[in-house]
Design a protein around this ligand. Structure first.
Ligand code: ZN
Ligand code: ZN
Length: 411
């Protein structure tokens, strides 16, 4: 472990992930996915999980050097394959009651030198194979959580001017602060934070807008909301009845847009780290819900292959509101990691919707979900479009406009 990482805080983060994030129940198994470099955090998570009564804690590690070895030396056919057996095994674990914990922290530039066509093929093969393991997560069937640990490559991207160990320590401190584990009682702090998010959720659900309108530099967007959409945020119960907090950190309230009722232009306000590349200055135009034009100053081919993954990859499945004054945004750090950057900015996601953001959505067939405006895809990628220069109005069922955000803050 980097000597610049505070072991007590690392332990607290592990405890918050198990107790608040997962709300792990006695006897429950956990499937953990993590970068190899995150082993120090995974080990502390295992300790807290077993103390909380976990059945079996099973980690799956990936390693950047091994991934790069594949890009450099694997035969061509390798790029259309994925380990289906692994994802089927994970799916079986969730069916039999396991919780899922993901650690994020990969080097956002890991694949910057690799062939974009190979990256796209492998991303597609992986997304298809991972579907059985992702469905129970996207459908919120099990309690799950994602937390972060800084790999050396990630830290070096955020703090290029620092020696790498120091950069890791500094990024870890930023993760601790954003994850609200700096206080004396992180568990109580999380309960208070969740209650504040719930207030916003209640207001938005009471207003029951039919659409949102965004105005800002490069952005003029009419975004219809799905029929029977529900706003969510903070802690909420998974279908297995366990109240969990999927994202640590989290600052967003979010719902399901109408996949066929989005029109206008959007300019991204932060770079997007995707598939080991950083995509910069994304600008898109929607017509009848579909992205019909997309440009980027860097990584445009990665963006285009993402949007071409399948039918739903060029429509949106999530819309989220985050005030510009969120602590992550105020830190001023550009994280190059979606878990952090999306919680510093209003965002939308292309691809799969969360069925539980439509009333009764978890019970609906794919066809019924689509009729209400819910999008379907093998991808779900968030990108940031909020800033202190963006105004958002809610449009009521009768066509009145109600200010929702002004200058990036709740109106
Ligand atoms: Zn989101
Ligand atoms: Zn999302």
């Amino acid at each position: 472990m980097s000597s610049h990482i505070d072991p007590d805080k690392l332990d607290k983060l592990a405890e918050v992930a198990v107790r608040i994030g997962l709300n792990l129940q006695k006897g429950q198994d956990i499937v953990i996915t993590a970068p190899m470099e995150a082993a120090p955090l995974v080990r502390r998570i295992a300790v807290h999980a077993y103390k909380a009564g976990a059945g079996i804690v099973t980690p799956f590690f990936n390693d950047d050097a091994i991934t790069l070895a594949r890009y450099e030396h694997a035969q061509d056919e390798s790029f259309d394959r994925a380990p289906n057996w692994l994802f089927e095994g994970m799916a079986a674990a969730y069916k039999s009651g396991a919780a899922r914990l993901a650690i994020t922290g990969d080097d956002p530039m890991m694949l910057a030198e690799q062939d974009p066509a190979k990256i796209a093929r492998l991303a597609k093969a992986n997304s298809l194979a991972a579907k059985p393991a992702m469905d129970p997560i996207v459908g919120f069937e099990v309690n799950w959580n994602i937390v972060a640990y800084p790999s050396a490559g990630w830290a070096a991207k955020v703090y290029p001017e620092l020696p790498v160990e120091q950069a890791q320590g500094k990024l870890m401190d930023a993760i601790f602060a954003a994850s609200r584990i700096d206080g004396d009682d992180p568990v109580a702090d999380w309960e208070a934070h969740s209650a504040r998010l719930q207030k916003r959720v209640d207001w938005l659900n009471d207003m029951n807008f039919s659409a949102l309108h965004y105005a800002g530099p490069g952005t003029d967007l009419h975004l219809g909301l799905a029929d029977g959409h529900i706003w969510k945020g903070g802690a909420s119960p998974a279908l297995n009845g366990i109240v969990c907090q999927p994202n640590i950190p989290t600052e967003e309230v979010f719902t399901c847009p109408h996949a066929y009722k989005v029109k206008g232009t959007v300019a991204a306000t932060k770079p997007l780290a995707h598939q080991g590349n950083v995509i910069e200055d994304i600008a898109v135009r929607f017509e009848a819900g579909r992205i019909v034009e997309a440009t980027a100053s860097k990584g445009e081919d990665v963006l285009k292959s993402l949007l071409n993954t399948d039918d739903g990859a060029s429509r949106i499945g999530e819309v989220a509101l985050v005030p510009h004054s969120s602590p992550i945004s105020q830190s001023g750090i550009l994280f190059y990691n979606t878990l952090f950057d999306e919680n510093a900015s209003c965002h939308i996601a292309v691809g799969q919707c969360y069925a539980d953001t439509i009333e009764g959505g978890s019970e609906l067939s794919p066809e019924e979900l689509k009729q209400k405006g819910g999008n379907q895809s093998i991808v779900h990628v968030d990108w940031m479009m909020g800033s202190d220069a963006v105004d958002i109005d809610g449009i009521t069922k009768t066509g009145e406009r109600v200010p929702v955000m002004r200058g990036g803050e709740w109106a």
